[in-house]
Design a protein around this ligand. Structure first.
Ligand SMILES: Cc1cc2nc3c(=O)[nH]c(=O)nc-3n(C[C@H](O)[C@H](O)[C@H](O)COP(=O)(O)OP(=O)(O)OC[C@H]3O[C@@H](n4cnc5c(N)ncnc54)[C@H](O)[C@@H]3O)c2cc1C
Length: 406
């Protein structure tokens, strides 16, 4: 049997969420704080986002610079950041089996923070028929190939999707010296800032094919094209040797699921309350595993917020359950998805349909708790927020709280 080593706080995943939580915890003297990262380098997704868009308005950073900053901060605070270590499964309520090149190890903790991130659904999970040629990527795979391993990716790429991450993928294709043939989306319009869509269309001359579905991959050995179908039923072949499936993120919730931790039906990540507590006492979750995906800044702020909750737990704090928080269509999900009267941080949501200046209504057992008007449109795959001004009116003994949009 593998001997059990003990730490105070074990964090799984060294992305912005896990690293920020670890830095705060170690700096606050939470004891032995250890972060496990299965990759060879810490930093999470920003490691391979060579573009800007990270940091703050005053201190903008590229992804790799942001990853280094967070890793240095965690290590300087005294957290142990261990790379090449994968958390495999639970061997007890707060105990994990891990594996690394040094061999298996079981680690027990007084608190565990799941910060395992999210991943894009690959071609196979999207059930796109056709051959199995080389040249098929997700954005994460593409960025790692180009920016971490310096691999050649082909000369003509089709990007599937038209959200922020799709435009980041287009940037990576260009950085690799290849041409972007088109961005293809089933949606009626781009799901990014208007200025970003216009920049791609006008400056980089990248066509955006809306209302268009990729129905088949073609080519043997290497991709030779993708067949697309327009909304009116017409089909065409876009000649390309590279295709990038972007967005369509799913939380990396394998560890939570294996541990029997309750998952939210909307996000499909662990269900958490405002203090980022899961259904298992002592287990917290932060970042993209909760809401695939928000900005790295959001994940890092959540990490800092979770650190405070972890410290209260280590000091003998309670584990109140909160009441369920549900959304009604066309809203798709909300996070956190449990709520207690003291919760004060805003909630993030997604919609499946475009909503012009939506009004969000919050009710519990038919009782109105809050009404919030948004001046801008809610766009699928983009962040929509709900303030927490109403949480003091939640009845902790009542039924689920419901959020709807009108
Ligand atoms: C292509 C792309 C472009 C983006 N561009 C921007 C941008 O410009 N600006 C911005 O603010 N945000 C951007 N984001 C979003 C940002 O990267 C995420 O919000 C942020 O990385 C989330 O941090 P996280 O810590 O939750 O997860 P991640 O960064 O995904 O980190 C999770 C880590 O957990 C590790 N892990 C998972 N399971 C295990 C396990 N069992 N054992 C050990 N380790 C494990 C993973 O290897 C990973 O390193 C982008 C995202 C993508 C995908």
């Amino acid at each position: 049997m593998t001997p059990v080593r003990e730490v105070d706080v074990l964090l799984v995943g060294a992305g912005p969420g896990g690293l920020a939580a670890a830095a705060r915890l170690a700096a606050a003297g939470a004891g032995r704080v250890e972060v496990l990262e299965r990759e060879q380098r810490a930093g999470g997704v920003p490691r391979h986002c060579a573009h800007g868009g990270f940091g703050t308005w005053l201190h903008p950073l590229t992804g790799p610079a942001h990853a280094r900053l967070l890793t240095d901060a965690a290590e300087r605070s005294g957290a142990a950041v261990r790379t090449g270590v994968t958390a495999l499964d639970w061997t007890g309520p707060l105990e994990l089996a891990t594996v690394s090149p040094a061999g298996p190890e079981t680690i027990a903790a007084r608190a565990v923070v799941l910060a395992t991130g999210a991943r894009e659904r690959p071609r196979a999970a999207r059930l796109v028929p056709g051959t199995r040629p080389a040249g098929v990527y997700t954005t994460g795979e593409l960025q790692q190939a180009v920016h971490l391993y310096g691999q050649r990716i082909g000369t003509r790429a089709v990007i599937v999707g038209a959200e922020d991450v799709s435009y980041a993928a287009a940037g990576t294709v260009r950085a690799a010296g290849a041409e972007v043939v088109a961005l293809v989306t089933e949606a009626p319009r781009a799901q990014t800032a208007a200025v970003r869509a216009a920049d791609a269309r006008l400056r980089h001359r990248v066509p955006l094919l809306t209302g268009t579905t990729v129905t088949e991959l073609l080519g043997h050995g290497r991709l030779s094209g993708v067949r697309v179908r327009r909304r009116d039923g017409r089909t065409a072949v876009l000649a390309c040797d590279t295709v990038v499936f972007t967005g369509d993120f799913v939380p990396d919730q394998e560890l939570a699921r294996r541990g029997g931790i309750a998952l939210d039906a909307g996000t499909r990540g662990p269900a958490v309350d405002g203090a980022l507590r899961t259904s298992r006492p002592g287990v917290f979750a932060v970042g993209s595993v909760l809401h695939p995906v928000e900005s790295a800044g959001t994940a890092a702020r959540e990490g800092a917020h979770a650190a405070a909750a972890v410290r209260r737990w280590l000091a003998g704090g309670e584990w109140p359950g909160g009441v369920g928080l549900l959304v009604e269509p066309p809203l798709r999900w909300i996070a956190p998805n449990r709520v207690a009267p003291g919760d004060h941080r805003p909630f993030v949501l997604r919609t499946t349909a475009l909503l012009l200046r939506p009004v969000l209504h919050v009710t519990q057992d038919g009782r109105p708790l809050h009404r919030e008007r948004h001046v801008s449109a809610a766009v699928p795959n983009r962040t929509l927020t709900l303030s927490a001004r109403w949480t003091g009116r939640v009845d902790p003994e009542g039924g689920p709280v419901r959020v709807s949009a009108a």
